[in-house]
Design a protein around this ligand. Structure first.
Ligand SMILES: *Cc1c(COP(=O)(O)O)cnc(C)c1O
Length: 234
């Protein structure tokens, strides 16, 4: 059995060499540890190994984990990365630091309205559907700029960049092709948005291609925590 600490060393060195290969500084690639379905003990082990940023996909599970670590680990940063139902925005607004998966105005508006006044603005990314018909989640490329303008008008959200989840694909060249349109859009928008600093792309199976394509944040679950077991989820 590999420990989380050993897995993390492996992932960190993979990020380093992927960055080196394309002439990037590895400090420009943040590692978000995706802890969905994993128990508190696994997160505690990851914290012990030095991780501070965690990604969760399910509202209730994420909120429980945040509550668990609130007193003992106040420096953790929690990212909501799953699909958002508009009737579930309140606990997200009240507990998370970041949201990667905003894809429509209704959700953005509710998150801003429900963000408690004593918390920092929610840091958000627009999720873009880069796989066309094969995926339901994410805004269409043609809708991104209008949605960004709508988010700009919301007082309790700060738009930091873009995110995508391409179809799983083993071939490195095809992975690069899947990331290219989002990288191009990110660079274009960043030119007029100084607060844009986050391009959330890359998971365990495609992080090298994501880094080569300019990702600034890879979301890594399996390569850190091992395979997930969904059998306990209803
Ligand atoms: C589960 C998940 C990940 C992590 O995927 P791995 O392949 O386990 O690294 C990353 N991003 C999102 C949005 C996810 O849902």
């Amino acid at each position: 059995m590999c420990s989380i600490k050993q897995n993390l060393e492996q992932v960190t060195s993979q990020i380093d060499s992927a960055a080196q290969k394309c002439g990037r500084d590895a400090f420009g690639v943040q590692l978000l540890a995706v802890s969905k379905t994993k128990p508190i003990e696994a997160i505690a082990e990851a914290i012990q190994a030095g991780l501070r940023q965690f990604g969760e996909n399910y509202v209730q599970e994420g909120v429980e984990k945040i509550a668990h670590f609130k007193e003992t680990q106040p420096d953790l940063e929690w990212h909501f990365i799953g699909p958002i139902q508009s009737n579930k925005t309140k606990p997200i607004a009240e507990n998370f630091d970041w949201v990667h998966s905003i894809d429509r105005n209704k959700v953005a508006r509710r998150l801003s309205e429900q963000r408690p006044a004593d918390m920092k603005p929610l840091q958000v990314l627009i999720q873009i559907n880069t796989s066309g018909e094969t995926s339901k989640s994410g805004a269409g490329f043609e809708d991104v700029k209008a949605l960004a303008a709508e988010i700009d008008a919301l007082p309790n959200l700060t738009l930091r960049g873009l995110m995508c989840i391409p179809q799983p694909e083993d071939d490195h060249q095809k992975q690069l092709e899947a990331f290219a349109p989002l990288s191009a859009l990110y660079e274009e928008m960043k030119a007029s948005r100084p607060e844009f600093d986050t391009l959330s792309m890359g998971m365990s199976g495609d992080m090298d291609a994501a880094i080569a394509s300019g990702s600034t944040m890879v979301r890594i679950g399996t390569a850190i925590f091992g395979a997930r077991d969904y059998s306990n989820r209803q």
